[in-house]
Ligand binder design. Structure first.
Ligand code: TEU
Ligand code: CA
Length: 541
């Protein structure tokens, strides 16, 4: 079945983490005016939509994912006027702006929560209160229940204890949320990324949290009250949802969201069931299996989002690739993921191949990292075991200030930033990338342009050629007009890809030179290439 190609299916999305993007007023904190000053850079990349992580009023316990007023802008980022200006400047450049919507929980400083502590307040049921806690744990470590002396009861919080979960069973709360959502849409923003939205249907007494019994009921109400009839882009972050369910919830006819961030591929480098800090190497065969499943399921129903990184995930080069072969591995991963079907998401700095950091524990700012350090200590892990996990997985890996140039603080600010700059900024920065003959940035631009030139990236069928190969990931994208072959090597050694039956027509993009000897392509470490090939029997499923 041919799919209609809504604009958001062809769009390239760029995520901005405002704290770390650009500081305009010299306080060490990124801000809205800083973003405005860099819009031409983003436009030049070929971006269509900007996703802005939260800039709302917040005590910043979880860097803004703890909101104390949904309709106010945090003064550290600017004013509502600045935000309206941002919307306007984005639109003037023919781009769109998507905001973050964090409605599973608020800050403990939200007036609703403060009033909810009073048994007699009209807000008493806005949050989840129980006389006795259960054994549910919080995502950031420790119990998901905290006792409140005023209310003389426990409130539920799946994240930090300063992020109480809203009670979605309570209709007046839902109505206030919808009103707020519509207010933002009426300001002229173009859509939302919905934070941990798979949690809003939970039934905590049955211990059903992600994809809970009322998820679809609430999503439908949200859709009918706020999204329906508006030409916007919506993506739901759903860490606890299966690929099958993600496809159903994004169905073109009776879905509630355009697409979902689904995390099956993200958890492959952790020991199953032991959480993100229990490290395991990525297995390429497993990765192909997960991507193959998603490509197949979404080709029939719903729509996929393509991402490897965001503000919660470590930098791709350091996580899966090679810092020594930074250009090669950064461009290879981009080719591998953005060659697939779905809407690409680029996280700020990915396009210049920024890397992770190995700081001392004192230099980390992230609440999850700080918590886990103490929890793993108490569990008896050694300092070096703990720091190995933190260096690999801390969320601060991707939150270090954006590296614009080789001036102090990487051109992000003129004063010491809120989080230490990655010491490699003199080598890795936008200015350098613009001067290099072969740069990650230049490759990203070419890749984005290519995606916009060939519709086969949007509508072509996917077929993996080598499910069981441990080094090379090769797949076909095919529609009635073209057949593409995408070859990516996950090896830091030279590898061989056998080309028999494949008739090359044209090389559309490659990150390095390759050699063809008889039937074989000799691929250098982290090779990536996209080729137009002859029509053949491959992509028929
Ligand atoms: O993240 C949701 C999420 O699943 C995280 O718990 C993720 O698993 C975690 O960061 C792993 O380290 C969203 C936001 O993206 C994140 O920044 C917030 O901290 C979280 O929700 C709470 O709002
Ligand atoms: Ca600032």
């Amino acid at each position: 079945m041919e799919k209609s190609l809504a604009w958001w299916k062809k769009a390239i999305v760029y995520q901005i983490y405002p704290l770390s993007f650009m500081d305009s007023n010299h306080d060490g904190i990124g801000d809205i005016q800083g973003i405005i000053s860099k819009l031409d850079y983003i436009k030049d990349l070929g971006v269509d939509v900007i996703w802005l992580s939260p800039v709302y009023q917040s005590p910043m316990d979880d860097n803004g994912y703890d909101i104390s007023d949904y309709l106010k802008i945090n003064p550290m980022f600017g004013s509502l006027e600045d935000l309206l200006k941002l919307i306007d400047e984005v639109h003037q450049r023919d781009m769109k702006l998507m905001m973050d919507l964090v409605i599973n929980h608020t800050s403990d400083e939200h007036p609703w929560f403060i009033q909810s502590k009073d048994q007699d307040s009209p807000y008493k049921d806005y949050y989840i209160w129980r006389d006795q806690p259960s054994d549910i744990g919080s995502v950031f470590g420790g119990p998901a229940w905290t006792y409140d002396a005023q209310r003389k009861a426990y409130y539920f919080h799946l994240f930090s204890k300063r992020q109480p979960d809203l009670n979605w069973h309570h209709e007046p709360l839902r109505k206030e949320i919808y009103q707020m959502v519509n207010t933002w849409l009426d300001y002229g923003i173009d859509g939302f990324r919905l934070d941990v939205i798979d949690l809003i249907g939970k039934d905590i007494d049955q211990k059903r949290l992600a994809d809970g019994p009322l998820l679809e009921t609430h999503l439908k109400e949200l859709y009918d009250t706020c999204f329906k009839g508006r030409d916007i882009i919506t993506v739901g972050e759903m860490p606890g949802l299966s690929i099958e369910r993600a496809s159903a919830l994004t169905d073109e006819h009776n879905g509630y969201l355009n697409m979902i961030f689904q995390f099956s591929h993200i958890s492959l480098d952790e020991i199953p069931g032991q959480g993100k800090w229990a490290l395991k190497d990525l297995d390429l065969v497993e990765l192909k299996k997960v991507f193959g499943k998603a490509q197949s399921i979404f080709s029939k129903r719903g729509w996929n989002s393509l991402f490897l990184a965001n503000h919660d995930q470590p930098r791709v080069v350091s996580r899966y690739g090679s810092e020594a072969l930074r250009y090669e591995s950064a461009t290879m991963f981009a080719t591998m993921i953005y060659g697939q079907q779905g809407t690409p998401y680029i996280y700020q700095g990915e396009e210049i191949g920024m890397t992770g950091v190995t700081y001392d524990i004192e230099d980390y700012q992230d609440i999850e990292t700080k918590n886990i350090y103490h929890i793993l200590k108490e569990k008896g892990q050694t300092e070096s075991e703990i720091m190995t996990s933190i260096h690999k997985k801390s969320r601060d890996n991707s939150r270090t200030p954006f590296q614009w140039n080789n001036k102090p603080y990487a051109g992000f600010s003129t004063v010491k930033p809120w989080l230490k700059v990655n010491p490699n900024y003199k080598e890795i920065n936008v200015e350098n990338e613009l001067n290099l003959e072969k740069s990650v940035l230049d490759y990203y631009k070419k890749l984005i342009k290519l995606r916009k030139t060939y519709d086969v990236f949007h509508d072509g069928a996917y077929h993996c050629l080598n499910d069981q190969d441990q080094e090379i990931y090769a797949y076909i994208r095919k529609n009635q007009h073209q057949t593409l072959l995408i070859i990516t090597s996950f090896s830091n050694q030279e590898t061989i890809f056998n080309l028999k039956h494949i008739i090359f027509k044209e090389t559309l993009l490659n990150n390095q030179d390759y050699l063809i000897k008889e039937d074989n392509m000799i691929c250098p470490p982290y090779f990536a290439g996209i080729f137009l090939i002859g029509d053949d029997a491959y992509a028929n499923d």
